[in-house]
Write a protein that binds this ligand. Sequence first.
Ligand SMILES: C[S@@+](CC[C@H](N)C(=O)[O-])C[C@H]1O[C@@H](n2cnc3c(N)ncnc32)[C@H](O)[C@@H]1O
Length: 237
Amino acid sequence: MEKDPDNKDYHLQIWEKEYNQRKNLPSTKTDFPSRALRNFLEEIDPQNREIAVDIGSGNGRNSIYLAQQGYKSVIGYEFVENAVNLAIQKTKDLELDSRVKFYNQSVGENLEIADNSVDLVIDMMVMHSLTKEEREVLTRTVQRILNTGGYFVFYTIAAESEAAKDLMQKNVGPEENSYRFKVEDDWITEKAFTKDELISMFPQLKMVKIEDREEFTPAFGDVYKRLYYYGVFRKPN
Ligand SMILES: C[S@@+](CC[C@H](N)C(=O)[O-])C[C@H]1O[C@@H](n2cnc3c(N)ncnc32)[C@H](O)[C@@H]1O
């Protein structure tokens, strides 16, 4: 490994390649919103739909969906500039640009959002690709910006996943339950989570639910059977 695979610029370069060349991941290719997010809105049916924040908003599909589901203001943060530009263009085409804003910023840095001001924060498959330091910043941000009664909804990789265990055995990563795998010449690092770990990462939030989801994910020219966690946490009154 000639390059430091835990370097933030290296992570950015890999994600830039994903959007500009590889287009390997399902989330890069679809405008259809994440199932976990659709499930949350159907099952929980949150009443307060003023402000939502989309962590690692990618091509904007989930932010746009939230606006279409009645959130008055949605803010997406994404560190790949091309993805942000694509998402902004979509909001213009759909005439949602006054309500949905995208910022080209890393979620591993503090976000300029007031304390206790957001009704919903979503993280659809982002936490697992952050460094430990970035994730610590993110978990503080989520807990700080949520309103009392506000929800945090996530979808992430389960440490119990056979595929994750297999990858850990082959190439262990820098943290517990993390691993690395190679795509072309790049080393990708991911971290999987246990339920207890997810709960302990957000001490100011109460768990509403964490559910297992088994999926066959097409990516990098193969199909991966993996276990994911869909979680809903809430900031108590
Ligand atoms: C698997 S994709 C999911 C995208 C989006 N949440 C969705 O469901 O369509 C992960 C996204 O997180 C973004 N990302 C990774 N690390 C980031 C960081 N430190 N700051 C902001 N975005 C990041 C990637 O560029 C990518 O768009």
